[in-house]
Design a protein around this ligand. Structure first.
Ligand code: AGP
Length: 608
């Protein structure tokens, strides 16, 4: 996610903006910029790369005099990381300038409309559309102009805006992206997040959706989208900077778990149009989709686990043969890639060495390659023939949660799209799947709010060793991810096992007190799973089950049960993963492990 800052007051703005952006660096970014108004002109400096570059470009702000300005750190979603795509963005005559955090979902439609009206664009961003839209509706009244664009934009935004004709006024507005404002000595500040303002004030106003703020060095006024003045109460922030960077959560991992509902929504909603799945970035015609003979999913770690889920969902829904492999094996086994094979490389970072090598080898063998990537402009995103982004935003914790959940969503969207085009599901079924998809964010939130129940269970097992995660079908796939979460942050050995495979040897390891987490969300496999749970329990295991609400029968075969809300059989991984993430997290916290930076691990494995 991007970070915005703004200042209007008696002091020089540029140093304050640069300082604020520095406090937002932890959010992850690929470029940065500031614009400052000296009363004559609005001057801007922006560049790809670290904030250091911007500090050098502006001599720590000295080259941009003026007491009102806006700044931005960009996490690219639309348009590669580059100088021209960095924010701020101007309208054509540089009389309006804007910074933006969020995704304008209908930006293409608005952009085409503006182009038809003669507007010229220089960047690939959705934010430049906002700058020209402000220009289009500007009638000398900034507040009215802002409300007009609010009625026309869809998606999420936190905007900082300056108008040349109003040299003493700074405007801000939000919908779905965070925005706070506060008073400083002789002025006002705006920011995406608390750490950027803590140096100036601990009393902030959290801006609600569709609220607009007009600030001068002496005043701060709040308005509704109907231009009605509104009263707001400030909130006193007790957090220290470290806690503030985590939004008050103890760890980035927990913060990112709680960002899953929004990340999931951001990933599917631009691709659901009425009752159809539209994935423009696929670059495939219906004929291309009908011509797919096989899908080869290649990835590492959690991304690989998402691919295993993808296999079950794509084969089940779209009836396309799917093979899944870990990139470090795939790249050295000289795989057979027949005509009509679509290779899908899944990667959060887009820089994983093995996955990148697998992509290059697949292309050399003549396969079409689709990247499913979280970091815009990363190597895998650039080298894939087509890329479908997960819009999880920057993920700081080494153990992935929200990016993985968005990879699952990408698998569902592909399966729904392919199944619809190939006629293996009806319009009615697609409609139901879309309804189920739309319910997932709230269901995830519900499970996250049930965290104390998981925490209580986890605290009993801090001394656990050799934990087993068992499941069948997609529940086997999610067991892999649950096991990895536990291993990588708590350092407890665990393994995921296809439940039906236990009796072929591994069950010999089960003894008194062995902890087994059984995932059973597939109704047609309940009975088989319950038998497996009874098998391990009679050998002394303690069983925690994750199952669907209403499957009470499981109580007789489990010592502890976590229920997940109702969804269709293909989407249960998105819900079952939540208690498993929480379980691994609370075990690691209870053991005093470094949850966000586990030993021996890196966020992006760019070496073999
Ligand atoms: C997952 O929690 C790990 N951080 C790791 O397995 C990760 O999924 C793997 O290294 C792949 O990374 P990528 O998605 O960036 O390619």
């Amino acid at each position: 996610m991007c970070g915005i800052v703004g200042y209007v007051g008696e002091q020089q703005a540029a140093p304050i903006l640069l300082d604020g952006l520095g406090k937002l660096e932890y959010r992850g970014y690929d470029s940065a910029g500031i614009a400052v108004y000296d009363g004559e002109n609005i001057e801007m400096k922006k560049s790809k790369g670290r904030l250091k570059v911007l500090n050098e470009l502006t001599h720590d702000g000295e080259t941009l005099p003026g007491t009102i300005g806006i700044g931005h750190t960009r996490w690219a979603t639309h348009g590669e990381p580059s100088d021209v795509n960095a924010h701020p963005h101007f309208n054509e005559d540089r009389s309006i300038v804007v910074v933006h955090n969020g995704i304008i979902e209908n930006y293409l439609k608005l952009k085409n409309k503006l182009i038809r009206k003669g507007y010229q664009f220089i960047s690939d961003t959705d934010t430049e559309v906002v700058a020209h839209l402000l220009d289009y509706y500007y009638d000398g009244n900034p507040l009215r102009t802002i409300t007009k664009i609010m009625h026309r934009m869809e998606g999420s935004y936190a905007l900082g805006i300056m108008f040349k004709e109003h040299p003493d006024e700074l405007y801000a507005v939000r919908k779905d992206s965070p925005l706070i404002v506060g008073h400083t000595k002789g002025g006002c500040v705006i920011a995406s997040d608390v750490p950027a303002v803590l140096r100036y004030t601990r009393d902030v106003y959290f801006i609600e959706n569709e609220e607009i703020v007009r600030m001068t060095k002496e005043s701060m006024e709040f308005f509704s989208v109907d231009e009605e003045p509104i009263e707001k109460q400030s909130t006193h922030i007790e957090w220290d900077v470290d806690a503030a960077e985590k939004g008050g959560y103890e760890h980035f991992m927990l913060k990112e778990m709680y960002e899953q509902p929004k990340a999931i929504t951001d990933t599917f909603s631009p691709r659901i149009k009425k009752n159809d799945v539209v994935i423009e970035e696929l670059g495939m015609t219906d004929e291309d989709i009908k011509g797919i003979g096989k899908i080869m999913i290649v990835a590492c770690g959690s991304a690989y686990h998402a691919g295993v889920t993808g296999k079950y969902v794509l084969e089940g829904m779209a009836r396309i043969p799917v093979e899944v492999d870990v990139a470090s094996e795939y790249r050295y086994r000289n795989p057979l890639i027949e005509d009509g094979t679509l290779v899908v490389i899944i990667s959060q970072s887009g820089e994983t060495a093995d996955s990148l090598a697998a992509l290059r080898m697949s292309k050399e063998k003549g396969a079409g390659v689709l990247g499913i990537v979280n970091v815009v402009g990363s190597s895998i995103a650039r080298e894939a023939d087509n890329v479908m982004y997960t819009w999880a935003g920057p993920e700081i914790a080494v153990a992935t949660t929200k990016a993985y959940s968005c990879q699952l969503i990408a698998m569902y969207l592909l399966a729904m799209k392919f199944a619809k085009v190939r006629g293996t599901i009806t319009d009615g079924e697609l409609k139901e799947y879309i309804e189920d998809l739309k319910r997932i964010p709230d269901q995830v939130e519900l499970l996250l709010n049930n965290k104390l129940r998981v925490q209580k269970f986890a605290n009993r097992y801090l001394a656990a060793r050799d934990v087993f995660f068992i499941g069948r079908g997609v529940d086997y796939a999610i067991s892999m991810e649950g096991s990895l979460k536990l291993k990588e942050i708590s350092y407890i050995h665990s393994e995921a096992y296809a439940a039906g495979e236990l009796k072929h040897g591994t069950i010999s390891l089960v003894e008194d007190g062995t902890l087994v987490l059984a995932v059973l969300t597939q109704e047609d496999l309940y009975k088989k799973m319950i038998s497996n749970m009874v098998e391990v329990r009679t050998r002394g295991a303690f069983v925690m089950a994750v199952t669907n609400e209403g499957n009470d029968e499981v109580e007789r075969a489990a010592d502890y049960v976590i229920y997940i809300p109702e969804t269709n059989r293909y989407f249960t991984n998105s819900l079952a993963i939540i208690p498993l993430q929480l379980f691994g997290y609370y075990i690691a916290v209870g053991k005093g492990c470094d949850v966000d930076k586990p030993r021996n691990l890196a966020k992006s494995v760019t070496v073999e």
